[in-house]
Write a protein that binds this ligand. Structure first.
Ligand code: 5RP
Length: 224
């Protein structure tokens, strides 16, 4: 199974929803990178779009490819947002944030008319929760949040990169939680968001309109 090929096929299929004149939200991660590359190719062939990147990494890639960019506050909204996911279930609920860009990703998702998730076949699960749920926290509160989450049995782990705390594009930390296959994911989201200093979670509930999955040499499309 060639997962990278599946990511690429899903990305190419998603890009078919992009038309000239659109403002396009650009996700983050290896799957989204395929989408940005395909868009770059189309822009070089005359497609007129403006991109809104969800991370500094995606911004850099899009600039290298010559995709015109803007910021969220300068747009009147985003026509289509395309991004990857770490897990999705049959109800099109998602865990995102493995790449650490969940805050900007969730803001762009919320402000988009159409949200398309692209994924390889291994991202599909019966129930969310095998993937550790990323939660973005402000550094000032992170130690206390960690203690609260520990008491809730969620086994928080501060994300580290190159022996240092991982810092998001917004200057925050990430705690990765072991949520297991809990039944009430909406309640978990509410509880997490009630903790002061929790900025955002990687639960993207009822946010995806379309999921395109690469499957071998073809794609499968799920719609809301
Ligand atoms: C980044 C994300 C990514 O979309 C998610 O981690 C999937 O990444 P990849 O496409 O590399 O598997 O949420 O914050």
């Amino acid at each position: 199974m060639n997962l990278d090929r599946e990511k690429q096929l899903a990305a190419i299929e998603a890009v078919k929803y992009v038309k000239s004149g659109m403002t396009v939200g650009l996700g983050t991660g290896s799957t989204a990178a395929h989408m940005v590359k395909d868009l770059g190719r189309l822009v070089q062939n005359g497609l007129k779009i403006v991109g809104v990147p969800s991370s500094e990494n995606t911004k850099k890639l899009a600039m290298e490819l010559g995709i015109p960019l803007t910021t969220l506050e300068k747009t009147n909204g985003i026509d289509v947002y395309i991004d990857g996911a770490d897990e999705f279930d049959p109800y099109m609920q998602l865990i995102k944030g493995g790449g650490g860009a969940l805050l900007r990703e969730k803001i762009l998702t919320f402000n988009s008319d159409l949200v398309i998730i692209i994924a390889d076949s291994q991202k599909e699960v019966k129930r969310l929760g095998d993937f550790k749920l990323p939660v973005e926290t402000i550094p000032f509160a992170t130690k206390k949040i960690e203690q609260s989450l520990q008491k809730m049995g969620l086994q928080p782990k501060l994300r580290v990169k190159n022996d240092e705390n991982f810092v998001t594009d917004e200057g925050n930390f990430i705690l990765d939680l072991n949520i297991g296959h809990i039944s009430n994911i909406q309640l978990l989201e509410t509880k997490l968001k009630q903790i002061p200093g929790v900025v955002e979670t990687g639960l993207f509930l009822d946010m995806a309109d379309i999921i395109i999955i690469g499957q071998g040499e073809t794609t499968i499309t799920l719609k809301k």
